[in-house]
Design a protein around this ligand. Sequence first.
Ligand code: GLN
Length: 512
Amino acid sequence: MDTAILDRSIPEIAALVQRGEVSAEEVARAALARIEQRDGALNAFLTVQAEQALEAARALDARRARGEALGPLAGVPIGLKDALCTEGAPTTAGSKILTRAAAGAARAPDPARGYRPPYDATVVARLRAAGAILPGKCNMDELAMGSSNENSAFGPVKNPWDRARTPGGSSGGSAVAVAAGMTPGSLGSDTGGSIRQPASLTGVVGLKPTYGRVSRYGLIAFASSLDQIGPFAQDVKSAARLLEVIAGRDPRDATSLDAPVGAYEAACGRDVAGLRIGVPEEYFAKGLDEQVGAKVRGAIDGLRGLGCEIRPVHLPHTRYAVAAYYIVATAEASSNLARFDGVRFGLRVDGERGGKADLQALYGATRGEGFGREVKRRILLGTYVLSAGYYDAYYLRAQKVRTLIRRDFDEAFREVDLIAAPVSPTVAFRLGERVDDPLSMYLADVYTLPASMAGLPAISVPCATAPAPDGGPPLPVGLQLIGPALEEARLLRAAYAWEQISPVRALRAPLA
Ligand code: GLN
């Protein structure tokens, strides 16, 4: 079967389907075929909804045949992070707690037995309305907690550039769906880097919008003041098209912003001469892999060559971001995760206390068995920092640090239009390498957390490949661009300009 259509950009695929040069069904079949061929080795998809996808594609083809206009994502297959609710289809957020236990002795959690939400997340509804085809749900770190996908209850996702390595996390499945050419785009969520870091580690474009730009309704919550949904794609324009579809005010999410949606796709192609780009020295300090640093600086030189003005900026509170984030995020998580108690959703394990089955025992047994180690660690940390006597010392302080981080950016954006930085301090690390060392895992987020804490939009765009310090094939490196609130169009414009001169433009993972 010819699946080459999937290597086209999202606007190209949609145009072909709109003109009837390719049917939506053919495109859907191509995506399903590639998932079938490639995902066995990658584990990016937890569930595949083949029948529903084909049915939706045929309905779209029928509408075209009747002369109806199709939407901006006509026939485009999009992978969905499994934290996004899909009506009637299994939704697990990578956790055993959202799966019903199998009957009998079989204890291994099965994503097909996942919670089936009675409604679609707003972004899912918007994708469907735009004509997208949704072939399946993507693997992720449990409840979006992690930076390597190794916290998934359903096994890690493999990086298609080197399957011994992590694709990053927590949206690793969504990144790999795109990096391995299975779907031309996907959605992930980013609380502290979960779109940008896996995009960087797998060589695709990943964008975290401004906090509130995209509705969180129907996203299984991790840390509500940080969570934001965003797109992955092979190229900047495709990501822009996806963002344009999912962005905008939603009355069902009180934190969604009532600002007009930008002309994101039209911004791709506009000149960048004169754009002032800040380079924060704090992001190029100790801990940054030398090769990664050199590649990112090379990309910044490329932007200079396009007429951008490059200036140093200071973000002095950067070094407190990891500590403050892991207080705020765990505090919010401990509260959000209280809902998983065995009563309404997913797993239920009837426990006993003193020989009696009661409600406390049900909670304890369900949560004890349903949550993985990292999630339990976060619940404990979060409960601790919110508890009487510690609240002021930890949570309140972290909130103050958050304000300082935000002010750093406010100051910098008085001088510059965008900030350029690395995404991840290293290329993709080996699976297993950091699982027993949570601190080294948390430090992987050092360059993505500040923009999250400040609620700012940020993109990762592929800028190079570099050898890993421990050998193996060359691996992707991402350039991060951070913008002022609601300046997604400016981010995309600069990312697009860079992409046109990037040495890795259209470079594909070896498997794809
Ligand atoms: N790696 C970070 C964490 O584990 C960020 C995760 C995310 O953005 N969802 O919390």
